[in-house]
Design a protein around this ligand. Structure first.
Ligand code: NAD
Length: 295
C-alpha cells in the first residue's frame, strides 16, 4: 500500500480519495475548502495544512482540480518539494496545452507524471467505476495503474503527455453533439405524433443507437435511471459540457482541425447556460431544442 497525497476534494476528488482510503492506502488530503477537508477526515484521510505539506513522504500525488490554471499553480508548488522519482497524476479535465506544460514541469524535476482525466461522473467516483484516459510515458502509466484501479474499472493508456486530455475532449465532443441530435429527434417525434417509447424502441435497436439515447435518454420513461426522470438534476451539468466543448474548440483551433458540429454544439450549450440553465443536466438541452420551435 502506498502513501498518497490527494489535492482537490470536491464532488469528484472527495469520493475518489475515500476509495483510496478504502483500498488500504495512507491518504493525506488537502483542499482550500474546510468542509471538504472535514469530509475527507470523516472518510479516513489524514488532513494536511497545505498542498505542499500534503506531499511530504508521498509515493504518489493525485490532483483533482477545476481547470488548467489550478493544476499548473498546484504542480508548481508541490513538484519542487516532492522526492525525486515520485509519481504525480492529474485527474482533472484541463486543456491539452496546460497538461503538456504540467508534464514538462514534472519531467524537469525528475518526477513521473500522468494526465488521467475521467469519465463516469460523481456516481462513478463514488462507486469506483470511473474510466481513466491516460497520457504519459509507459513507466509512469504502469506506476499509476494500481492506484487508478482502486478508483475506476477501466484504465486506458492513450499515448504520450496530454493524450488522456485529448481523448477526454474528443469523447465529450461526440457526447455533446449526439445528445443534441437525440433531443432533436424526440422533439421532431413529438410534433409528428410519435410516442417517446415508440421512437426509443426503434432507434435503440436501429442505426440511430448511441449512448445518449440508450443510457441517458433525454425524455422520461424509456431509461428509468436517466436524469430526465429526475427533473434533469445532474448528473453532468450543462456548464461542465460548455467547459468541455470549449476545450475541444480551443484544441481544434490550436491544432488546425475543423469541427463545425462541435462548434455548433458549443454555441447551443452556451445559449442554454446563458439562459440560466447551467446547473441543469446536459440532457436537459432537449428543453432548449423544443423552445426553438416557432422562433
Ligand atoms: P469541484 O469544483 O467540486 O472540486 C474542485 C475542488 O478543487 C474544490 O473543492 C476546490 O476547493 C479545490 N481547489 C481549487 N483550487 C485548489 C487549490 N489551489 N488547492 C487545493 N484545492 C483546490 O469540481 P469536480 O466536480 O470535483 O471536478 C473536478 C474536475 O473533474 C474538473 O476538472 C471537472 O471538469 C472534472 N470532471 C467532473 C465531472 C463531474 O461530473 N463533476 C466528471 C468528469 C470530470
Amino acid at each position: 500500500m502506498a502513501n498518497i497525497a490527494f489535492i482537490g476534494l470536491g464532488n469528484m476528488g472527495g469520493p475518489m480519495a475515500a476509495n483510496l482510503v478504502k483500498a488500504g492506502h495512507k491518504v493525506t488530503a488537502f483542499d482550500l475548502v474546510a468542509a471538504s477537508r472535514d469530509q475527507a477526515k470523516a472518510d479516513g484521510a489524514a488532513i494536511a495544512e497545505s498542498s505542499v505539506a500534503s506531499v511530504k513522504g508521498a509515493d504518489v500525488v493525485v490532483t483533482m482540480l477545476p481547470a488548467g490554471k489550478h493544476v499548473l499553480s498546484v504542480w508548481s508548488e508541490v513538484v519542487p518539494v516532492m522526492a525525486k522519482g515520485t509519481l504525480i497524476i492529474d485527474c482533472s479535465t484541463i486543456d491539452v496545452e496546460s497538461a503538456k506544460q504540467a508534464h514538462a514541469l514534472a519531467a524537469k524535476a525528475g518526477m513521473l507524471s500522468v494526465d488521467a482525466p475521467v469519465s463516469g461522473g460523481t456516481g462513478g467516483a463514488k462507486g469506483a467505476t470511473l474510466t481513466f484516459m491516460c497520457g504519459g510515458e509507459e513507466k509512469a502509466f504502469a506506476a499509476a495503474k494500481p492506484a487508478l484501479e482502486n478508483m475506476g474499472k477501466k484504465i486506458v493508456h492513450c499515448g504520450g503527455a496530454g493524450a488522456g486530455q485529448a481523448a477526454k475532449i474528443c469523447n465529450n465532443m461526440i457526447l455533446g453533439i449526439s445528445m443534441i441530435g437525440v433531443g432533436e429527434a424526440f422533439a421532431l417525434a413529438e410534433k409528428l405524433g410519435l410516442s417517446h417509447q415508440a421512437l426509443f424502441d426503434v432507434a435503440s435497436t436501429s442505426s440511430g443507437q448511441c449512448w445518449a439515447l440508450t443510457s441517458y435518454c433525454p425524455v422520461p420513461g424509456p431509461v428509468p435511471a436517466s436524469p430526465a426522470n429526475n427533473g434533469y438534476k445532474p448528473g453532468f451539468a450543462s456548464n461542465l459540457m460548455v467547459k468541455d466543448l470549449t476545450l475541444a474548440q480551443d484544441a481544434a483551433n490550436a491544432a488546425g482541425a475543423v469541427t463545425p458540429l462541435g462548434r455548433h454544439a458549443q454555441e447551443i450549450y452556451k445559449a442554454f447556460d446563458a439562459a440560466g440553465h447551467g446547473g441543469v443536466d446536459f440532457s436537459g438541452i432537449i428543453q432548449h431544442v423544443r423552445s426553438l420551435a416557432g422562433k
